[in-house]
Design a protein around this ligand. Sequence first.
Ligand code: GMT
Length: 390
Amino acid sequence: MLTLESSNMKIGIVCYPTYGGSGVVATELGKALAKEGHQVHFITYSQPSRLDFFNANLFYHEVSVKSYPLFDYPPYELALSSKMVDVVEHEGLDLLHVHYAIPHASAAYMAREILKAKGIHIPFITTLHGTDITLVGKDATYEPVVTFSINESDGVTAVSEDLKKDTLAHFDIKREIEVIPNFIDMDRFKKQKKEHFKKAICPNDEKLIIHTSNFRKVKRVRDVLDIFKNVNETVPSKLLMVGDGPERYEMEEVCREYRICDDVRFLGKLEAVEEVLSVADLFLLTSEKESFGLAALEAMACEVPVISTNAGGLPELNLNGVSGFTCDVGDIKTMTEKAMHILDDRNLSTFKSNALKRALDFEVSNILPVYESLYNRTLQKTKSKASSLI
Ligand code: GMT
């Protein structure tokens, strides 16, 4: 059903539209594909937060879930499958790409089978992002459905080698998983001249440390405060906490307990996070699990070195001793020492330029062709399978 110019495709993208790495990657991918001339249809329950501009190749279809007194739990997955069927039929899509396995992969499987019964053969690709495998997916509540829908996908990608390894270790996977890392748009994420911000936050030229996350337990946000408290005892510094989530309130309490409130600011969710990253000296990511670490990549693109844990895929991004340091989860002492090392004026500029250099490896222009190649190969396979049925 290739209807656009020979190499251009009509692609349906399904993701979580809210704040969160998987939704951000899905939306940025859709935007980059649209710029290349592909037609991209987002199918989500609300407008993805980064889908905030007009492009003739971008479309948004809202999934609405009808409730009924009988439903204690309105069946979102069914509404999503029905919407996928509708959009594929009416927009003539070539391929579906779902981000985050639960429940998007099983909803896509259902849509594909419904369409098959109507004589429409459309493949779906599933991208595994992290917690869909490492936390939620592993749980017996979802495991059989996740295993089945990964095996039934026409293409599967994982955002790091570590996530691929984890998936193969915990699920009975009978198909190839391709690793395609997160990527970054360096036109947006780059160091900008925002010295007035720096002056406002650090009036006495203090060092600026930053953490961004969704403040979930898995991020171990308290470790960020512990490291900062230690660093702040010797290095005049400020800490910006960007984002929001379940742990935020408790972390504000911890700041009071540590008597560091004057040096820590909680900024909540920020649209233009690159503006504050532009004036930061160090980024902290203390996660217990992290399949890739998009937040760290965004910091590195703005020339901010990273101290992260060595969990999950983080060492594949943050090169130990080069773009920053990777340390054992919860090792506050080492993370403090490494932070002081980076913040030392004799080392800081080298780490900053190394961080930028490493981020360039993940420029969107390097990663987009890898997705396009996977789409083309998957479409060819589906086409030949369909024609063998005739
Ligand atoms: O917990 C988050 O960080 C959000 C989560 C998501 O799925 O929205 O992010 C995951 O996917 C991102 C994009 O692929 C990765 O960069 C994050 O590392 C990953 N988070 C975890 O594995 C905890």
